[in-house]
Design a binder for this molecule. Structure first.
Ligand code: ADP
Ligand code: MG
Length: 623
């Protein structure tokens, strides 16, 4: 009996997967090994060879076979799509004349609301009794001196209602005062705070946030504003929401502008319809237009605007990646997402940060013919060099069809079946109908976009950490020996936890815990993580299913199998299942070959399809 040793290899944007099988003369197939490794180079280019060779060799090792046993490698005809990401802020908060210090120091002192004229600490002795003032203390004045000075002024009858310090010693000063006033510190540019103006300082108790300065009518009450002026300061109130402390100074012409950056418009070019949509209208409107003009054939951004720049960047980076001329890069799908990212306020005096609205765009480009034959030739050469003397390499099999074939090896599945492949750059859907016919769709936006949203919204500037946060549950290190997990339970440790993690929110990975060096609460990080997943995967799952459901009716879909790296996520499958449950859809994570989980579907599908195609021929030849 002739037995052939065959390995199917799926080169993805992120991961290269191999599925090893032996096929005997009557076409019966036995899976014997599997392996995966990081894709080397851009999918569809010769650099992929190293990753392919590694996954093949590992798959053989996992089955106890030798390289010399290998007969055939099957490569997928990689869908020639690559995806790109861009993000632009579309609002900007600018402070002129230091109207507002939306400053949130780690440790403000005292508590309450103080309103008065700003007086320099050095001039405190000149203030006449009965005046309401806020003391402004420059860098380098000792806290003992500050406290003595304020106590003396109060004794003289000066109404000291609050203090603004440059040094980080609000608590030390507060502890030494005979009165209880709100004190904020760490105001780095004290020199920019205008003296002689009326200001308000508010500090909330621990764990609380300010009430008056974050309320437009609170500001109106304090500063005696008319309705027009109240409208002007309402962005101040908004920018201060959630802070534990804040200062607002009223200057004659001072202003906080909550400016909408002219974001520009997107021109969506569909097969039959076109549309122009202003990006500042937000993701929902953009996506409605994308759906209306679909199938999309290209997207252009308005020249000279942020949107124009954003689309140009995506196009250029994709042209660079795929080595195509710029003119050959066409955007076939677009996913827009509303987000809010922390940005330093222009004109601020203490590194104030405001949450600005931003739009993230994921675009998918269909490139020209793939260069898979060149990859196949290079793979053959490398494996022969490794000792696989008789190996042949074939390219074949449309990725989506292979994915369904692989998914069908999941126990409990049958045709008709829909698979959703949740990868790094794209969300791909394929359907196999009862008669075996298949159909597929590829959408922009997947795991990498989730990571990027988490990174931007938390202001991490660290994609590796953002990836950890995406993949792992959170905990808060409450003592050196225990962690409060995000589900409320407690985990105890025998050995003391690292000092760097103490009192921090941590991501609990397999390889230990990663402290998250920000001041965001556990709840906020969790919310950012989950909404990022929803806005990418729930939106894309519904878009994909509408794209392949008969007549766009989700009720016509019975079973959905989730595949790909993001199907391994601890909450994405749940989020998608919840979203499609109202349509009566059964949705679960695939278990390819009954052993591989959501991985290896395309690679296994390649082998299955080869076995099915060769079987009748082989039998015929023997007979
Ligand atoms: P591709 O088919 O494009 O190569 P994959 O199917 O390998 O992509 O999916 C890559 C994505 O899966 C990445 O965004 C990665 O963060 C995510 N991923 C991989 N492993 C896990 C895991 N264990 N938990 C959650 N997400 C994961
Ligand atoms: Mg894949």
């Amino acid at each position: 009996m002739v037995i052939r040793t065959v390995v199917g290899v799926d080169i993805g944007n992120s991961t290269t997967e191999a599925s090893l099988a032996t096929i005997d003369a009557d076409g019966s197939l036995e899976y014997v090994g599997a392996a995966l490794t990081r894709t080397t180079g851009i999918k569809g280019t010769v650099k992929n060879v190293d990753g392919v060779a590694k996954s093949v060799v590992w798959a053989l090792e996992s089955a106890g076979l030798k390289v010399t046993d290998l007969d055939l490698i099957l490569l997928n005809e990689a869908t020639p799509v690559i995806s790109g990401l861009a993000m632009e802020t579309i609002t900007e908060t600018i402070i002129t004349e230091s109207t507002m210090i939306g400053h949130d120091p780690r440790t403000p002192g005292g508590k309450g609301l103080g309103v008065g004229t700003i007086v320099d600490f050095d001039s405190l002795s000149d203030v006449v009794a009965g005046t309401s003032i806020i003391v402004l203390v420059a860098r380098g004045v000792d806290f003992e001196v500050v406290a003595r000075g304020i106590n003396a002024a109060v004794e003289r009858g000066v109404d000291v209602t609050g203090a603004i310090l440059c040094n980080d010693d609000a608590v030390l000063v507060a502890n030494r005062l005979n009165i209880k006033i709100p004190i904020i510190d760490e105001v780095s540019r004290v020199d920019l705070v205008p003296k002689g103006m009326v200001a308000a300082v508010e500090v909330a108790g621990p764990g609380q946030s300010i009430r008056t300065l974050s309320n437009a009518y609170g500001l109106a009450t304090i500063f005696g504003l008319d309705p027009d002026q109240t409208r002007v300061v309402s962005p101040v109130a908004r920018a201060l929401t959630g802070n534990r402390s804040a200062v607002v100074v009223r200057t004659p012409s001072g202003d906080v502008a909550d400016r909408t950056i002219p974001a520009g418009s997107l021109e969506l070019i569909g097969a039959r319809k076109n549309a122009t949509v202003d990006v500042s209208r937000g993701a929902a409107d953009i996506m409605a237009e994308v759906e209306r003009v679909s199938p999309l054939q290209d997207v252009k951004g308005e020249a000279g605007t942020n949107t124009g720049g954003m689309i140009a960047n995506v196009r250029q980076s994709m042209a660079d990646l795929s080595k195509h001329a710029l003119a050959d890069v066409h955007i076939q799908d677009l996913l827009a997402i509303d987000t809010a990212v922390p940005q330093e306020v222009r004109g601020g005096v203490a590194g104030e940060v405001a949450l600005e609205n931003a739009v993230a765009l994921a675009a998918m480009v269909r490139t020209k013919e793939s260069g898979m034959q060149a990859v196949a030739d290079a793979v053959a050469e490398q494996l022969r060099a490794l000792g696989a003397a008789k190996v042949e390499v074939l390219v074949g099999g449309v990725e989506a069809e292979m994915a369904v074939l692989g998914a069908l090896t999941t126990p409990g599945t049958d045709k008709p079946l829909v698979v959703l492949d949740l990868g790094g750059g794209s969300t791909d859907a394929a359907v196999i109908r009862t008669d075996g016919a298949t159909d597929a769709t590829h959408l922009a936006g997947a795991g990498d976009l989730v990571t990027k949203l988490i990174d931007a919204e938390l202001g991490l500037d660290n994609l590796e950490l953002a990836e950890e946060i995406k993949r792992c549950p959170l905990g808060k290190v409450e003592s050196f020996f225990h962690i409060r997990l995000e589900n409320g339970t407690v985990q105890f440790f025998e050995k003391p936890l690292p000092a760097t993690a103490f009192a921090r929110v941590v991501a609990l990975g397999d390889g230990g815990m990663s402290p998250i060096p920000t001041r965001h609460s556990l709840d906020r990080i969790r919310r950012v993580r989950r909404t990022a997943k929803e806005r990418v995967f729930v939106v894309n799952a519904l878009r994909a299913l509408r794209g392949i459901a008969p007549g766009g009716d989700l009720r016509q879909i019975g079973f959905v199998v989730l595949l790909g790296g993001c199907a391994l996520d601890f909450e994405i499958p749940e989020l998608i299942a919840d979203a499609v449950a109202p349509y009566g859809i059964v949705c679960g994570t695939g278990n390819v070959r009954g052993t591989e989980g959501p991985r290896n579907a395309v690679a296994s599908g390649l082998v299955a399809s080869y076995a099915a195609r060769t079987a009748p021929v082989a039998v015929g030849a023997d007979a």
